[in-house]
Ligand binder design. Structure first.
Ligand code: GAP
Length: 582
């Protein structure tokens, strides 16, 4: 059995995750999270929040915006036109496949992402690829838009789409949040929420689904001041990168750069992206993925999303699926804000204050109504209005070169146009910020975390989840279910529960079996109440990963366990070594 199948089996049996809608035959690309899975996923999201939002709370804030968005949002963002994959249909049985995936299954190839429909069709024909199900002839490759469409309200034509990324919610709200945060840059706006993508052929279980939770941050900064003040904190950390020229040649050649080198050599275009890539490595390590099992791929220009000037995909090695993308780090420039300003007509620009105000001469032009009224009668008002809309500099230039300016078919000479020059102090200028975006998929991280935690020891499953994200932190067991031990164990359970720890109580099996059950769902610490506990109020703590044991007084448990879970204390520091039960 492959690793994915083993983890899925555990997921179904113990309540982590399983395919949705099973009683109706299932629909591919949808997964449910069970009692333990929902907690684990929430803990992963909270850890992301801690790394990407709370750590930077002076300038990064979190918002929440709707999942369904009206059509103009995606017309502006470019998703209606560009958020597509290529599909191909069997002419005989009608089955539909994602063209690039189908080609990859049959031919050793790379760099399909930039190819056109015609090029993909040619590859299919030349390689003689047929329908994998019935062997039938395949049709021509066509584009398929991945947005999930719906109707907003009962009105026809009021089309909405499930958002494929949370980002657009941040772009639309940029100006409002920027003002609320005091009009300062850099400003990060983050969001964790559900997104939908009508994937053509979801595969690899949780890795490619049609609805998932995205954890996304848009970092807005002034392109005239692009430096990241936090870069020095991570500048010596290593990033393993396969550069775009190697990716283009299909060469897997990860090169180690320090964060500082990657920026100085221009491998990473923005300091902000470089900074968050370093944080991304640390975040994956906190989920249990060693840095050797992580790599960044610099996407070649032909493979970039329509909004991106540079993107690095962060990949993690998985046993069954090879290298899998877990996050994308895009330099989105001013693409999205510019697009929304253009489409909505609303000014979403930021303000750059000058060090010293600049004195500027301003020219204003207006119609001399006392003269114009006599000449043009009722039309004078229209002329006044039209003139006021014109650029004064253009009017001045026309008057200087021709002696007149034409407005609504009338020639207005110097007697008709009053030119006023004023001097103004200008304190700053408006501009469109640039954006660096780290974006993570929670489902992929959830699976990656499970895979890296999964071990088999003496034929038993042990889930060595990082303590901080384990869905349950402590289990309390009586050594035997009699002689007052269950009552004492319940007291300890209540004490720990009141202290805010995620704790369970169980007395439904022999102690060895209870330990095995706890290991299988990743509970870091098991506490056993035995006969000595009744005499001296001490308990045994057992470490999930080493099965070592220590003895500790009950009253110390809440603070000791919290320090242990938060990584401030090692297991051996929780009490005195104990080996009675082996
Ligand atoms: N706003 C940028 C953006 O959406 P993306 O690379 O398309 O970028 C971000 O998606 C992350 O979401 C990916 O790195 C991946 O972890 C996750 N992701 C993308 N498509 C997914 C899918 N169909 N199923 C599960 N996770 C997915």
């Amino acid at each position: 059995m492959g690793k994915y199948s083993k983890i899925l089996e555990l997921g179904k049996r113990r309540g982590f995750f399983w395919p949705s809608f099973e009683i109706y035959g299932g629909v591919s690309g949808y997964y449910d999270f069970g009692p333990l899975g929902a907690r684990l996923k929430r803990n992963i999201e909270d850890l992301w929040r801690e790394f990407f939002v709370e750590r930077h709370s002076e300038f990064i804030v979190e918002i929440e915006t709707p999942v369904i968005m009206p059509q103009p949002v995606f017309e502006a963002s470019g998703h209606l036109e560009h958020f597509t994959d290529y599909m191909v249909q069997c002419r005989k049985c009608g089955r539909i496949y994602r063209a690039d995936h189908l080609i990859e299954q049959h031919v050793e190839t790379s760099g399909l992402e930039g190819k056109s429909a015609e090029e993909l069709t040619s590859i299919i024909r030349e390689a003689g690829i047929k329908c994998p199900e019935c062997g039938g002839e395949l049709g021509n490759v066509r584009k398929f838009n991945l947005l999930m469409q719906t109707n907003i309200g009962p009105y026809k034509g009021s089309i909405g789409y499930g958002r494929p990324e949370a980002a657009q919610g941040m772009f639309i709200n940029f100006k409002r949040v920027y003002d609320q945060m005091g009009g300062r840059l850099p400003l990060g706006i983050a969001q964790i929420g559900r997104v939908m993508r009508n994937e053509i052929s979801p595969r690899q279980g949780l890795i490619r689904v049609r609805e998932f939770t995205i954890m996304e941050l848009e970092l807005f900064y002034d392109p005239k001041n692009p430096s990241c003040p936090l870069l020095s904190e991570v500048e010596n950390r290593e990033l393993k990168i396969v550069v775009a020229s190697d990716v283009e040649k299909g060469r897997w050649n990860p090169v180690k750069f320090t964060v500082r080198e990657a920026v100085e050599r221009g491998v990473i275009k923005t300091e902000w992206n470089a900074y968050f890539m370093a944080i991304a490595v640390e975040f994956l390590q906190a989920l249990g993925v060693p840095s050797e099992m992580q790599v960044f791929i610099d996407k070649p220009p032909a493979e970039l999303a329509h909004y991106s000037a540079q993107t690095f995909d962060q990949l993690v090695k998985l046993e069954d699926f090879g290298w899998v993308e877990v996050s994308g780090h895009a330099y989105r420039t001013d693409y999205d804000l510019y697009a929304h300003i253009k489409k909505s007509g609303v000014d979403l620009r930021a303000f750059r204050k000058f060090d010293k105000p600049i004195v500027k001469e301003r020219v204003k032009v207006r119609l001399n109504m006392s003269v114009a009224g006599r000449i043009f009668k009722g039309k004078a008002k229209m002329l006044r209005e039209e003139l006021s809309k014109m650029d004064p500099e253009d009017v001045m230039r026309a008057l200087e070169s021709n002696g007149w300016i034409e407005v609504l078919g009338e020639k207005l000479d110097r007697n008709l146009v009053i030119v006023e020059k004023t001097v103004e102090k200008v304190h700053g200028e408006r501009f469109i910020p640039h954006v660096a975006e780290p974006s993570f998929g929670a489902e992929r991280l959830f699976y990656v975390t499970l895979e890296y935690a999964y071990r088999e020891v003496d034929g038993r499953i042990v889930l060595s989840l990082p303590k901080r994200i384990a869905p349950i932190k402590v289990a309390v067991f009586p050594l035997v279910a009699r002689d007052g031990l269950p009552e004492k164990a319940r007291e300890v359970y209540s004490l720990l529960k009141r202290s805010g720890l995620e704790v369970v109580y169980d007395d439904t099996a022999f102690i060895g079996r209870l330990y095995a059950r706890a290991d299988e769902i990743g509970i870091p610490i098991a506490i056993t109440i035995d006969y000595d506990t009744l005499k001296d109020d001490t308990v045994t703590l057992r470490d999930r990963d080493t099965w070592r044991q220590v003895r500790t007084p009950i009253h110390k448990l809440p603070s000791l366990l919290r320090e242990y879970i938060e990584g401030r204390r090692g297991f051996e520091e929780l009490g005195t070594p104990f080996s009675k039960q082996g």
